[in-house]
Design a protein around this ligand. Sequence first.
Ligand SMILES: Nc1ncnc2c1ncn2[C@@H]1O[C@H](COP(=O)(O)OP(=O)(O)OP(=O)(O)O)[C@@H](O)[C@H]1O
Ligand SMILES: [Mg+2]
Length: 265
Amino acid sequence: MEITISNLQFSYPAGVHALRGISLEINSGEQVAIVGQNGAGKTTLVKHFNGLLQPTSGSVLIGDWDTTKYSVSKLARRVGYVFQNPDEQLFCKTVGEEVAFGPKNLGYDKARVESLAKDALAMTELSEKTETNPYDLSATWRKMVALASIIAMDTDIVIFDEPTTGQDAVNVARIAHVVKTLRERGKTVITITHDIDFCAENFERVIALSQGKVLLDGQANDVLGQEEILATTYVDPPQLTRLGKRLGFKQTVRNQEEFLTALKG
Ligand SMILES: Nc1ncnc2c1ncn2[C@@H]1O[C@H](COP(=O)(O)OP(=O)(O)OP(=O)(O)O)[C@@H](O)[C@H]1O
Ligand SMILES: [Mg+2]
């Protein structure tokens, strides 16, 4: 399902002009990372995709749905959004209930709810924790519950806002596995991240925002190769990318495999 954003502007009631004319197309099944300095407008942008925010001007289409014409609960059939802070999202007494809530709320029958919840729990390695209260889990696992509860809704578009913040290496690998699995299923995955290595390892397209505008948008290698421009929105390319550049590699590299290939070549 395509996302079409045309000349989107948004001002918060307090007067902050957070988005200043954004036009983007995100195709079905794309894996996109959104990067940029604090306050660049990343969260504000993605909150337009599920109707949590409405454009001050311009438009956002999710498939053929104009977000101004559909409620948040309708848009939840097409777009799943995992909040930056899981504690804003979780409210059930057990992990199992939490993960089943979304699909139940979409009106799916019992068998489908069970199978979607079971699948999402397995993908996030929570199958053994269904009876636990989310608030008895560590912040790391609460994040996984937040992911699972959105994945269980089986939307075409899944948005993660800063999924790896405060996560250890094992959990970052778990989250990368979730992204990979969703990609294999043809889902569109949009991830806001300050974790440039996670971005470089897992996303083919990178959009850099700065002060409410698109600064760069393209293939990950092309975008991550623009060190000076990225610096204006306080994003550093991965260390390997910068090292490759200093070694005079012709191609921009963004992970160990690419680095080693360029080194041999
Ligand atoms: N609820 C709000 N009311 C008023 N201004 C807001 C609100 N939320 C965000 N802003 C402002 O809008 C601008 C964009 O904020 P946004 O949260 O979208 O940035 P971000 O790129 O997600 O930043 P971060 O990386 O810190 O999460 C900032 O200037 C921010 O202070
Ligand atoms: Mg944010």
